[in-house]
Write a protein that binds this ligand. Sequence first.
Ligand code: FES
Ligand code: FES
Length: 137
Amino acid sequence: MAYSERVLDHYSNPRNVGSFNQSDPTVGTGLVGAPECGDVMKLQIKVNPETGVIEDAKFKTFGCGSAIASSSLATEWLKGKTIEEAMAIRNTEIVEELALPPVKVHCSVLAEDAIKAAIKNYQDKNQDAVASDNLQT
Ligand code: FES
Ligand code: FES
């Protein structure tokens, strides 16, 4: 099966590969796997706690070209978005942007799931911070 030019672009020149320190309270980490193929995607966001804006995003994907391209694109889209805006990113937008064929739709689902998991991790961590602050007062 042929990959679209946009997939190849992200695949051969992936944006924002890497990772942040997971224990940084401003970092949210999402780690998800695709049951369809066993591919694994880690996506991280770094949030400005004052503004709630995602200032940076990184990923590491052990998977197919479409999964790598989907996560690369996702990190580009995440930067500069608020948590609410990031929650609104849909895998169908990734499918459209990368012209993914039907058998590769689940690769984009992985990216949407990873975004949601990273946001949830960030929110969980910061709720804990609030809760422990309350305990101390
Ligand atoms: Fe082999 Fe995704 S199915 S890398
Ligand atoms: Fe499974 Fe792409 S993530 S084939």
